[in-house]
Design a protein around this ligand. Structure first.
Ligand code: PMP
Length: 388
C-alpha cells in the first residue's frame, strides 16, 4: 500500500487546483468546446462569452481593464513576450535595467537579449533580499528602454518596491515590466494605481491550472507597444496567436476571483501560521536564520538557513514533508541558488537553506508537525556530524 502523502509545503512551486476551478474547467471542457474565435455560431459565442468573463475576472484581480489582458501559457511566456516584444520594437539595442533576483524566465531571456547587443544592468539587492527603489532609479539612463523586476521573489519571498520603481520609470517615460507570478492574488497589487506598464501573471500559483497565465499590456496613458512573438491568427489583439485555451482561461478566471475575495483572510492566516512555524522551529534550533526581510515578504513563505545542515540531507531525512531548497524551475541544475548568492550568502551556506511555503490548505497541526519534524531531523543530522 502506498504511504500517506507528505504534507505539502511547496506552494510557491505550485498550488493544488481549487475545487471550484476544477468544476468550472470541467464544465468548459464538456459543454463549451467551441472555438472562441468562431463568430458565426452559438458554439463559438458561448466559448467566447466564458473567455471574456474570465478576462474580466483576471482584470479585476490585476486592477486593469479587461482589454489589457493577453492570455498566455503562463508567466514564462508572458515574461518572454514582455521582454522580447519590447526589444524587437527598437531598431538598435539599448539598455534594460533589472535586478539580481529575477526568475529564470526573465534572467535567461535577458541573457538572450544581451547576446544580441542589449546592455543589461542587474541592480543588486541588499542582504535583506530587497532591491532599493532608489538604486533602480539611479540606474535609469536616456537609452534605457525597459525595466524588469519581480514583485515577489520566488525563492526568498521578499516583496520588491514595484510601485516606487514603476513611478520612477514613468517619470522618465520608460516601460516598467513587473513579474507578478508570485505576488498577484497574495498581496495588494494594482496595475493602474501602481503605474505599471506590463504585468506577468500565472494561474497555478493561485490554485488555478498550470499552463495558464497572462500579460497585462497597458492600453492608455501611455499605450505600451509590443512586437508579437507568436504569429498566426489575430487572437488576443494580435499579440498572441493561437486558438484560445478556453478551459484553462476559465480556470484562471475562477482562481483570480477566489484569490481576490479571500486575499486578506488568506494572507492574515498564512502570516500567522508562518510566524508560528518559525517560532516553534527557532525555539529548538537556536542558530536558525530567516533569509530576507521579515516583514516585506509573501505571507506564509519562509526561506531558512540552517547552518551546517545541507538542504538535500534534510529533505531526505524528512520524507513526510514536501518542501524545496528554492526554485522548482532550477532545482534540477544542482547549482547554488543565484538568489541566495545575490543576498550575499557564500555557496556553503546557500546549500544549507530550505524554502517552506504554506498555502490555503495548510492546517495549524501540519505547521506545528513540520516544525517538530524538522527540528528532530536537524538535531539528528548535527549529532551524527558531531556538530550538535
Ligand atoms: N516568475 C516567477 C517569479 C515565478 O515564480 C514563476 C513560476 N515559478 C514564473 C515566473 C513562471 O511562471 P509559469 O510557471 O506560469 O511559467
Amino acid at each position: 500500500m502506498a504511504d500517506a502523502q507528505p504534507v505539502y509545503l511547496d506552494h510557491l512551486a505550485t498550488t493544488p487546483v481549487d475545487p471550484a476551478v476544477l468544476a468550472a474547467m470541467a464544465d468548459a471542457l464538456r459543454e463549451h468546446f467551441g472555438n472562441a474565435s468562431s463568430g458565426t455560431h452559438a458554439y463559438g459565442w458561448s466559448a467566447r462569452a466564458l473567455a471574456e468573463n474570465a478576462r474580466a475576472e483576471v482584470a479585476a484581480l490585476a486592477g486593469c481593464e479587461p482589454r489589457e489582458v493577453v492570455f498566455t501559457s503562463g508567466a514564462t511566456e508572458a515574461n518572454n513576450l514582455a521582454l522580447r516584444g519590447t526589444a524587437d520594437l527598437w531598431p538598435q539595442p539599448g539598455r534594460i535595467v533589472t535586478t539580481t533576483l529575477e526568475h529564470s524566465s526573465v534572467d535567461r531571456t535577458l541573457d538572450v537579449l544581451e547576446a544580441r547587443g542589449w546592455r543589461v544592468v542587474r541592480v543588486p539587492c541588499g542582504p535583506d533580499g530587497l532591491v532599493p527603489a532608489a538604486a533602480v532609479a539611479d540606474a535609469l539612463t536616456d537609452d534605457t528602454r525597459l525595466v524588469a523586476i519581480n514583485a515577489a521573489q520566488n525563492e526568498i519571498g521578499t516583496l520588491q518596491p514595484w510601485a516606487r520603481i514603476a513611478q520612477a520609470c514613468r517619470e522618465r517615460g520608460i516601460v516598467c515590466h513587473v513579474d507578478a507570478a508570485q505576488a498577484a492574488g497574495k498581496v495588494p497589487l494594482d496595475f493602474r494605481a501602481d503605474g505599471i506598464g506590463l504585468l506577468a501573471l500565472s494561474a497555478h500559483k493561485i490554485y488555478g491550472p498550470k499552463g495558464a497565465g497572462a500579460l497585462v499590456v497597458r492600453a492608455r496613458e501611455p499605450r505600451v507597444e509590443l512586437r508579437p512573438q507568436i504569429t498566426g491568427g489575430g487572437q488576443e489583439r494580435g499579440l498572441r496567436a493561437g486558438t484560445l485555451n478556453v478551459p484553462a482561461v476559465v480556470g484562471m478566471g475562477v482562481a483570480c476571483r477566489l484569490a481576490l475575495a479571500r486575499r486578506e483572510q488568506d494572507a492574515a492566516r498564512l502570516r500567522r501560521l508562518g510566524a508560528r512555524l518559525y517560532a516553534r522551529l527557532a525555539d529548538r534550533i537556536g542558530d536558525l536564520v530567516l533569509n530576507g526581510d521579515a516583514r516585506a515578504r509573501l505571507p506564509g513563505c519562509l526561506n531558512l538557513l540552517i547552518p551546517g545542515v545541507p538542504s538535500g540531507a534534510l529533505m531526505r531525512a524528512v520524507p513526510t514533508l514536501a518542501f524545496s531548497a528554492g526554485a522548482a524551475c532550477t532545482s534540477g541544475e544542482g547549482k547554488p541558488s543565484a538568489a541566495l548568492l545575490a543576498l550575499g550568502l557564500d555557496p556553503d551556506r546557500a546549500a544549507c537553506c530550505i524554502r517552506l511555503s504554506l498555502g490555503r490548505g495548510t492546517t495549524e497541526a501540519e505547521a506545528a508537525a513540520a516544525a517538530d519534524r524538522l527540528a528532530d531531523a536537524i538535531t539528528a543530522i548535527r549529532k551524527e556530524k558531531g556538530t550538535a
